[in-house]
Design a binder for this molecule. Structure first.
Ligand SMILES: [Mn+2]
Length: 357
């Protein structure tokens, strides 16, 4: 496995490449061209500028999170073919730059939903949290206003103010999109891009919906084993794969994470590892430290399932807590993600060596 950290670029991130390199555990970063709108073409020169900057700092850039999918592609609007053409050219440019993993999601309107970005825990650390009652009582158009004060002056990916200003209009665009239509539009997109993925050996890694159930009445399809297996079969190509995000699939306690990893053998191209603490069943959860005993999931079992299925892809500690007074994008500070990377590397080394004996 390749241990990485997500990095938002020198213009936007509070964490530097040098700090990431000094963790010693993290060898590469997963990044994006942060100023690109969904549907916009990424040129080879822009991609190489990012790659060269990362490599000059002694790190690798093995993948992109994310090349975002436009709403036209998700809703199947007439302009989708133009956006898909741009996406194909972007993939071609990434392939030419020797980058072979692309994370994306197919969530309508909201990329992910949390009701608090800085819930205080007993030890004074702060974490992202979700409360179902709050979601049920809030006007989705106000969702952005309710959380934007906690962003520490950063712009959260998927929650860009320009996009959120159009939330009402976005809801109208998705008004007649149900699960079946979303599956059909995803299939149409994947079938169009598979030839370029085959040509340049690009692994597409869909990120699950977070939380893994419908919010604000919007359809969600990448949320459980049956749905993800349906997606793997509907475009049965190893380049059609997944980002296995434990903290997203894990929001639904009926999802058996270890069983899902085994079912997805060979199709997990990217792993996001984090833990959750549930306070009122699935009605209220918060992100915990990565450590198994601080949350709900058995991290050793998860890492072992990845090992047992021959996982050799890219992995990263997902969101971390905000600790030691750090001010950063919620979930994306340096300190707790570095602790997470160290812990996951320790588990992995131990599993590898136990199995070599
Ligand atoms: Mn994730």
């Amino acid at each position: 496995m390749q241990m990485t950290m997500r990095w938002y670029g020198s213009q936007y991130d509070t964490v530097t490449l040098q700090q990431i390199r000094q963790t010693a555990y993290v060898k590469g970063v997963i990044s994006t061209l942060y100023n690109k709108m969904p549907g916009e073409l990424w040129t080879y020169e822009e991609i190489m500028a990012l790659k060269n900057e990362v490599e000059a700092a002694g790190l690798t850039l093995p993948g992109i999170e994310s090349v975002n999918i436009s709403d036209a592609i998700k809703t199947g609007a007439p302009e989708r073919d133009k956006d898909i053409d741009a996406y194909i050219k972007t993939l071609e440019n990434l392939g030419k730059a020797d980058i072979h993993m692309v994370c994306y999601n197919f969530m309508p309107v909201f990329d992910w939903t949390r009701t608090e970005l800085a819930r205080m825990r007993k030890d004074g650390s702060t974490v992202l949290a979700y409360n179902q009652k709050t979601v049920d009582s809030i006007d989705p158009a106000k969702m952005f206003d309710s959380i934007s004060n906690d962003m520490n002056g950063t712009v959260m990916p998927g929650w860009e103010p320009e996009r959120m200003a159009k939330v009402k209009q976005l809801f109208e665009e998705y008004a007649d999109i149900d699960e079946e239509k979303l599956f059909a539009n995803l299939k149409y997109f994947l079938e169009a891009i598979m030839p370029v993925c085959d040509k340049y050996d690009i692994n597409m890694a869909i990120h699950p919906d977070d939380p893994s159930w419908s919010v604000f009445g919007l359809p969600r399809i990448i949320n459980n084993k049956d749905h993800i297996m349906r997606m793997m079969k509907m475009v049965d190509n190893p380049h059609n794969g997944v980002t296995f995000c434990t903290g997203s699939y894990g929001t639904n306690l009926n999802n058996n994470l270890v069983e899902m990893i085994h079912a997805l053998k060979g199709r997990i191209h990217f792993a996001h590892i984090r833990n959750l603490q549930f306070n009122d069943g699935m009605n209220d959860f918060e992100e915990s430290a990565h450590l198994s005993s601080d949350g709900t999931f058995d991290m050793h079992a998860i890492m072992k399932a990845l090992y047992d299925t021959g996982f050799d892809g890219i992995i990263r500690p997902d969101h971390g807590r905000m600790i030691w007074g750090e001010k950063a994008m919620p979930g994306y500070g340096l300190y707790d993600r570095a602790l997470g990377a160290a812990y996951l590397c320790g588990l992995w080394e131990s599993i590898v060596k136990e199995n070599q004996r």
